[in-house]
Design a protein around this ligand. Structure first.
Ligand SMILES: Cc1cc2nc3c(=O)[nH]c(=O)nc-3n(C[C@H](O)[C@H](O)[C@H](O)COP(=O)(O)OP(=O)(O)OC[C@H]3O[C@@H](n4cnc5c(N)ncnc54)[C@H](O)[C@@H]3O)c2cc1C
Length: 385
């Protein structure tokens, strides 16, 4: 087979999964990562059944399951602790063939990294541009201009993708959703059920990660760019009176463990994920609000699909058109659903609207709620073509 070269911009979950899918398919792969060291943020992540099936297709499902907490099926609660809707892990397993998993991001990142040959990953390399016709990739290596030639270029460079801004100049930059989020992964001895709780214009989620760790996140409507001198104190003030074990989780959190990010998304969906030899993937293609826990799951789906359609002996632009057709409708539907979930859940602030929503949720049979969740999590990796 000819030595065909794929260059991936970005070593996040999406970029590493894509690099692995292409490597397994027979591509010579180089990943250019802007950061001086490969890393993920110090928080947890929920991987839904679709992501777990994608990881299974990459040969990593068992390993990742071992590092996380299986059965994080979850449920919805009101801020005072009343259950609005419960999702039974076993029922979910029966319906989807696999449960959701809570795992530390650093552990997932490490597994993906270690599955690739070490020489694939080049750190300190900031991609600036790529030519969709020739596949030339221009980047800065430790500040010095450099160039690589690729047959296939993957833009997995995240929310503020340089490749998207260069090759999709009409696409507006990511928009602020109106919400900010705090998160932390902490050691916590007590068993905690996976749950998302909604209060007026606020949400608190908790996910067991295994290994005695819990991941919590909190989000609320807020002006863009707002920061508190002590972010943990800001979370305590907003959520410290919510149901158990939220006060205990916050009490067990060291201030240095708390990350805060404003939430942005691509409010105007792209008309294509592909330009010639260049394909966007993950947040670069479809950054969405985290309210369905699907951003990274969709990035893994993208990666596995790319590996399935991109035969190293085949026509790259044609393969990327197939990638676009397979991925754009689904990932953009999931992004729209995530934004709807935000409006229906965390962003809702009017007491009457909240009362109606909560009543509706309590009246919905858990099977129906489960089927609603399964709609987005039920995905099967495509066969290689
Ligand atoms: C609060 C919060 C909670 C979330 N929870 C979940 C969840 O539970 N489940 C879920 O599935 N998703 C979740 N998400 C979404 C998920 O984090 C993202 O969708 C996912 O990390 C996107 O991965 P990515 O690889 O596309 O991008 P990123 O993770 O952003 O990775 C991009 C990489 O590219 C690098 N890079 C950037 N620019 C360049 C450049 N010019 N050249 C080279 N490298 C570059 C960056 O350094 C980075 O390493 C959450 C998001 C937030 C904010």
């Amino acid at each position: 087979m000819a030595d065909r070269h794929a260059v991936v911009a970005g070593a996040g979950i999406g970029g590493l999964a894509a690099a692995l899918a292409l490597h397994r398919r027979g591509w010579r792969v180089t990943v250019l990562e802007r950061a001086p060291e490969p890393r993920e943020v110090g928080a947890g992540i929920t991987l839904m059944a679709n992501a777990m099936r994608g990881l299974d297709a990459l040969g990593l499902g068992t390993q990742v399951r071992r590092l996380g907490h299986d059965g994080a099926a979850g449920g919805l609660r009101a801020w005072d602790g009343r259950w609005l809707s419960r999702v039974d892990a076993e029922e979910m397993n029966r319906l989807l063939g696999t449960t959701a998993l809570g795992v530390h991001r650093a552990a997932l990142h490490r597994v993906l990294r270690e599955a690739l040959p070490a020489e694939v990953l080049w750190t300190g390399c900031a991609v600036r541009d790529a030519d969709p016709g020739t596949g030339a990739v221009r980047y800065l290596r430790d500040g010095e201009p450099a160039e690589l030639r690729a047959d296939l270029v993957v833009g997995a460079d995240g929310l503020r993708s340089a490749l998207r801004s260069r090759l999709w100049p009409q696409s507006p930059p990511p928009a602020y959703t109106g919400s900010t989020a705090w998160r932390a992964a902490i050691p916590f001895d007590e068993p905690v059920p996976a749950a998302v709780s909604w209060g007026p214009a606020a949400e608190f989620g908790m996910v067991p990660l295994g290994d005695g760790q819990i991941y919590w996140y909190a989000s609320t409507n807020a002006p863009a760019g707002e920061h508190a001198p002590d972010e943990l104190a800001a979370v305590r003030e907003r959520f410290g009176h919510w149901h158990d074990p939220i006060p205990d989780l916050l009490a067990a959190t060291p201030p240095t463990a708390v990350l805060r990010n404003d939430l942005h998304h691509l409010a105007v969906p792209l008309g294509s994920y592909v330009r010639g030899r260049v394909a966007l993937l993950g947040d670069a293609a479809h950054a969405m609000t985290p309210h369905l826990g699907q951003g990274a799951c969709q990035a893994i789906e993208d990666a596995v699909t790319l590996g399935a359609v991109a035969d190293p002996a085949g026509d790259v632009p044609a393969a990327l058109r197939a990638y676009d057709q397979a991925r754009r409708p689904r990932s953009q539907a999931v992004a729209r659903a995530a934004a709807r979930t935000a409006r229906f859940g965390q962003e809702l602030r009017h007491p009457a609207a909240i009362a109606v929503r909560n009543a509706m949720l309590r009246l919905t049979p858990s099977r129906t709620a489960l089927r609603g969740m399964a709609r987005y999590a039920d995905w099967h990796p495509p066969q290689a073509v």
